[in-house]
Structures are given as structure tokens and as C-alpha cells.
Design a protein. Structure first.
Length: 141
């Protein structure tokens, strides 16, 4: 595996030495929850978020949901997510926006796809891997 380097001089933070990493992860988790699963539908227990609700507004709803999704990708970049993870995250947001813009079918898709939760999972995997690598590297010193 590649060695984890402290790339803070380039604006990318290494997990082992930046206390704000946890704060940014919490920020991403909160945004993803708000956009994709903040509201529990009684009786059936299914969770929806603002992304699906905004998608019901013709024309501007899906566009408005792009801002928080883009912010999650920005934070992932700032946290050092690799290019392939950022591309995958962007593809999730693009699929959500494109299919979500189709009347009726897109609205159902918005409630089911949950791009922000998918992107959180991608970022969490990256951060956990980097933390494990940093801990292993620290153990070798």
C-alpha cells in the first residue's frame, strides 16, 4: 500500500494529525442525514430527506439539492479522498440530478437512491483506510 504522507501543505489533511478531520466527517454525516434520511415516515418506518422533498418542486428542487451534495464532495476532496472516489461521488450526484429531474419517476428515484448517504459511505471507507494506514505507519516508527 502507498505510504500516507502529510499533505497539509497542499490543503489535504492526513488523518493522524488533524483534529478537524472528525469535525468535517460529522459535518458530512449531518448533511447526508438531513438530505437523505432526516424524516421517518410513520407506520412504514421508511426514512426520507430534503433531497426527495426538494425534488418535488418542479424546476428548482433538484438544482437546490445539488449545493449540499457538492459541498460533501468538496469536503471529501479537502479530506484527501482519492480521485476515483471523488469521481464515483460525482457520478452518484449526477445520476441523482439527471434521473431526479424526470417527472414522477424522478421523484420516486429521489426518495430511494440517497446519493448523499452513498457518498458518505465512500468517504467513510477512505477515511477509515487512511486512519488504519496512519496507525500502522505510526506503529512502525
Amino acid at each position: 500500500m502507498a505510504r500516507i504522507e502529510d499533505r497539509t501543505d497542499k490543503g489535504v489533511r492526513a488523518p493522524g494529525n488533524d483534529p478537524s478531520l472528525q469535525r468535517d466527517m460529522e459535518r458530512v454525516e449531518n448533511i447526508a442525514r438531513l438530505m437523505d434520511s432526516a424524516i421517518r415516515i410513520p407506520v412504514i418506518g421508511y426514512r426520507i430527506g430534503l433531497d426527495g422533498i426538494l425534488g418535488l418542486i418542479p424546476g428548482v428542487g433538484d438544482a437546490a439539492a445539488l449545493a449540499p451534495a457538492g459541498y460533501i464532495i468538496y469536503l471529501a476532496h479537502r479530506m484527501g479522498a482519492p480521485r476515483h472516489a471523488l469521481v464515483q461521488m460525482g457520478a452518484n450526484v449526477a445520476a441523482d440530478a439527471l434521473i431526479g429531474s424526470i417527472p414522477l419517476v424522478g421523484d420516486l428515484f429521489d426518495f430511494a437512491f440517497k446519493a448523499n448517504k452513498r457518498n458518505l459511505k465512500i468517504l467513510r471507507k477512505h477515511v477509515d483506510l487512511r486512519r488504519a494506514e496512519a496507525a500502522a505507519e505510526a506503529g512502525r516508527l
